[in-house]
Design a protein around this ligand. Structure first.
Ligand code: RUQ
Ligand code: CUA
Length: 653
């Protein structure tokens, strides 16, 4: 067995060498991957499990994908902000409310930054949160069901990018606006942006028991672009840090006009202080429309509620809660090390990496060593808060993660590499190329007090020649590195779906034993469920026809329905009676203007069908569920609108 593996490895090595010899940059990197034991390090034998889950943002797919590490195998795509025909999310009546917004039904978004819930600064594996960037929303996904349970819209925001990061006891999931906008929105000239637009930073409280989200307050900051953010932790718990760019407040040709200032800022927010202020009645309620969508596991049904106001705080009302740390050149990533002492600002256009010291920041605040202010918010002096800089580590730094052993890893977009450096001495320890143009990187637990520093993976924007070509567009690419030694070792390339921005990863044992196997039929509280065949029926309510249907290997009940008419609206409420792990059934109806349903064991889902043509029309199960799956079918007889055929339904004779 081992021997075969070694031969395979050798073969892979030879092939890799052959195919890459036409590109010297590439062969350099590949030779790094060719240590003879590399394949063993990512090999997960058939039937064995990966050691880690990775949750990778789907970017413009609006979803979240689940991978195993170290194999790089994709296990699941979890629909979040986008309609998903694979399981009917956003198409079924139960899940459509999840995609309601104040703009109406929005069946797509652009998701960027997943973050796993924490207790005492450690990943607890209960939920994962992710942002919708385009129509500002935050979603919470259960890590027992791997389904989206809740979505809250974020008002007064636009380009919800510095989101969705978690404080160390999941007190808050935080969302910051990338684009500043008029608050409240109004008709005004764009050229009057400066001084008039606002950037909302939103603190969404998370109920510790159920995870339910509620906007606690929004801070209405100056009209900068708030790019990324991270919570303080340990000693800096209670603070939150946001990178800004466009502190010039330009509204046109930002590629030039937002790069004028030598330094932009990291905004340091003492959220504990603002929370106390708000708890004492501080801030003011402002009219705002935003939806709160919640999926109930008992009824298997989502509801959407329109909220009408939000609490806003003007920084001027609460002196001493917000400070600005000058940070060179349009910083992107804003990353806090596991101890909470260091705040890394990755200036996209800066030669050096800037690291601020939390202790020095507090000291400078105490001594009131300010260097002016921006709209009343005190600016600290760069030299007073600087912990150190990493000199000329690479070009175009974007994001930094930590291994919990005193090392940091920063991605460089322009020079396409990951650079490992030491916290405190700021020396560069290692660098490895990435193929190509790396954005984020992830270390399991990287945004927590306790990273698991065995693996790191880089998520690359450009794929080019890494896989077999698939036409003009290639899926993006991730690369897995072993970081347990002094030098990083490239182990694996694997494709990702949509654009992987950030990812969150976690040791599998924290999650896998809690993973739900079935929904208990006895606990199904869906108002139109049918949990035994005797509950099945077809009920007419004017032009609406409700079919209470069950499904089990290998039939639907009922499977023959007559008395439906053109112009009716037929609701198939299908309950899956199976109580076995991993036995979903599908349901699809010819001509339905939506997707199929995929119904989990014990679940009820509803498909709406508006029959347009007279005839006898089949439905069937879409998921190959048993040897008699092909027999899982039925017919609906559709009669003319004025027909007087009575409703009837049956199964067997
Ligand atoms: S971003 S590639 Cu949307 Cu997190 Cu930096
Ligand atoms: Cu049920 Cu196929």
């Amino acid at each position: 067995m081992k021997k075969t593996l070694k031969i395979t490895v050798a073969l892979v090595a030879v092939l890799a060498g052959l195919t890459s010899c036409n590109n010297s940059e590439k062969s350099k990197g590949r030779s790094g991957a060719l240590a003879s034991n590399v394949a063993e390090k990512v090999y997960v034998a058939p039937g064995e499990h990966d050691s880690h889950y990775a949750f990778i943002s789907g970017g413009y797919s609006g979803n979240l994908t689940v991978y195993g590490l170290p194999s790089g195998r994709m296990f699941k795509e979890i629909p979040v902000f986008s309609q998903f025909p694979t399981n009917g999310y956003g198409y079924s009546e139960e899940t459509k409310p999840m995609l309601e917004t104040s703009f109406g039904f929005v069946p797509w978004d652009d998701s960027h930054h997943p973050d796993i819930s924490q207790t005492n600064g450690k990943l607890d594996g209960r939920w994962i949160f992710i942002n919708g960037n385009n129509t500002p929303r935050i979603a919470r996904i259960s890590l027992t069901t791997f389904e989206t349970e809740e979505i809250i819209e974020v008002p007064n925001s636009a380009g919800n990018h510095s989101s969705s990061f978690i404080t160390e006891n999941t007190e808050y999931v935080v969302a910051g606006t990338r684009f500043s906008v008029p608050v409240p929105q109004r008709d005004m000239p764009i050229k009057d942006y400066k001084g008039n637009f606002k950037g909302a930073l939103t603190f969404i409280a998370v109920d510790p028991e159920h995870g339910h989200m509620d906007i606690k307050f929004q801070i209405l900051m100056p009209g900068f672009n708030y790019d990324l953010s991270h919570p303080g932790r340990g000693k800096s718990h209670g603070w939150f840090f946001f990178t800004t760019y466009n502190t010039e407040e330009a509204s046109t040709l930002l590629e030039v006009n937002a790069s004028q200032n030598d330094k932009d800022f990291i905004a340091a927010i003492n959220w504990k202080k603002i929370e106390a202020y708000v708890n004492n009645g501080g801030g003011k309620m402002m009219p705002a429309e935003y939806t709160h969508n919640l999926h109930d596991e008992a009824t298997h049904t989502a509801t959407s509620t329109m909220k009408k106001e939000v609490r806003v705080v003007d920084p001027a009302e609460i002196p001493g809660a917000i400070y600005l740390l000058p940070t060179p050149k349009s910083p992107h990533g804003c990353d806090v090390d596991p101890s909470g002492e260091y705040i890394v600002g990755n200036g996209k256009l800066s030669a050096n990496l800037t690291v601020h010291s939390f202790t020095k920041m507090l000291d400078a605040i105490e001594k009131k060593k300010f260097d002016g202010d921006a709209y009343g918010i005190p600016i600290l002096r760069f030299e007073d808060v600087l912990a150190g800089s990493v000199e000329q580590p690479g070009l175009g730094p974007l994001h930094t993660e930590f291994d919990g052993k005193g090392n940091a890893y920063t991605t460089f977009f322009i020079s396409s590499e990951v650079v490992k450096w030491k916290l405190g001495t700021w020396e560069v320890l290692d660098r490895k190329p990435t193929y190509y143009s790396v954005g984020h990187l992830t270390i399991p637990g990287g945004n927590s007090r306790e990273p698991f520093g065995k693996y790191m993976f880089a998520m690359n924007k450009i794929t080019k020649d890494r896989y077999l070509p698939t036409g003009p567009e290639m899926e993006h690419s991730a690369q897995l590195y072993d970081i347990s030694g002094d030098k990083m070792e490239l182990l694996l390339d694997f494709p990702t779906h949509g654009e992987p921005h950030y990812a969150a990863a976690i040791p599998a044992e924290i999650i896998k034993n809690n993973s739900k196997k079935i929904y208990r039929l006895a606990e199904n509280k869906h108002p139109r469920k049918a949990t035994i065949d005797a509950d099945t029926k077809v009920v007419r309510d004017g032009k609406n026809v409700h079919v209470y249907m069950t499904t089990i290997r290998s039939h639907f009940s009922p499977d023959n329905i007559e008395g439906v008419k053109v112009g009716d609206k037929v609701f198939f409420h299908v309950t899956n009676l199976e109580q076995d792990f991993d036995v979903p059934h599908g349901f699809a109806m010819i001509g339905a203007n939506n997707a199929e349903l995929l119904i989990s064991p014990g679940q009820t889902r509803t498909l709406t069908w508006e029959p347009k043509k007279v005839g006898v029309w089949p439905f069937y199960c879409t998921d190959f569920c048993s040897a008699l799956h092909q027999e899982m079918q039925g017919y609906v007889r559709v009669s003319p609108a004025d027909s007087n055929i009575e409703l009837s339904w049956s199964l067997g004779d």
